[in-house]
Design a protein around this ligand. Structure first.
Ligand code: ATP
Length: 198
């Protein structure tokens, strides 16, 4: 059973047809990279898939199970610390201990920064606060828009390892990125004009 199914999605923006009759399925164990040039419609598609664009497109999206969506723009509150931001974000998902929160922050390289106001963090550290949610996620489907933005080379490698682990454990990751992925796991490509090629 797919975690996500897109049926005949079509979207026009500003008089341009971004994609037409796009159909594909994402199954447990898949790592899928959405490809396309700047302005091709990757973010528009991902927002539709995540249920954030309810109108303005044709077609149907169905998802089974829980989803974690991390968008383009960091949802980190500047006045809160990384500890407070992460605790707030995951509060609706499960009962995580302070130790769990600290562990997730350490996994994204924020050990020692747990209690610094987030406005005093760098752009990449800001982004890492958001990405720490992945280490606490219990959602099988991850939909990630440009997760590598502002992340250094080591961080990108660690994220790719995490994505492969998630897929091996029966989850699925659908992401946009302009970078070629160098992960030891099969990556399916999703072309906005042709769907998924395995
Ligand atoms: N709210 C909007 N109103 C009108 N046009 C929009 C809107 N949002 C995006 N667009 C247009 O839709 C097209 C696709 O944008 P989108 O952000 O989905 O592309 P993208 O493939 O994610 O690009 P990038 O790689 O640069 O992030 C662009 O031409 C953009 O100008």
């Amino acid at each position: 059973m797919p975690l996500l199914a897109a049926d005949n999605l079509s979207l026009e923006r500003g008089g341009r047809q971004l994609f037409r009759d796009l159909s594909f399925k994402v199954f447990p164990g898949q790592l899928v990279q959405i490809e396309g040039a700047n302005g091709a419609g990757k973010t528009s598609l991902i927002r539709i898939l995540a249920g954030l664009s309810r109108y303005g497109y044709e077609g149907r999206v169905s998802r089974s199970g829980a989803m974690l969506y991390l968008g383009h723009h960091s949802a980190v509150k500047a006045l809160l610390t990384p500890r407070e931001n992460l605790a707030w974000h995951v509060s609706g998902e499960a009962d995580f201990s302070d130790r769990d929160i600290e562990h997730a922050l350490a996994r994204v390289g924020l050990y020692g920064y747990e209690d610094v106001p987030s406005h005093a963090l760098s752009a990449g550290q800001h982004r890492r606060v958001n990405l720490a949610r992945l280490y606490l996620s219990q959602s099988p489907l991850w939909i990630l828009d440009e997760p590598y933005t502002a992340i250094d080379v080591t961080g990108v490698g660690e994220l790719e390892t995490l994505f492969a682990q998630h897929a091996r454990a029966g989850g699925a990751v659908l992401l946009t990125s302009h970078q070629a992925m160098a992960v030891d796991y099969p990556v399916s490509r999703l072309d906005l004009t042709a769907g998924i090629a395995s």
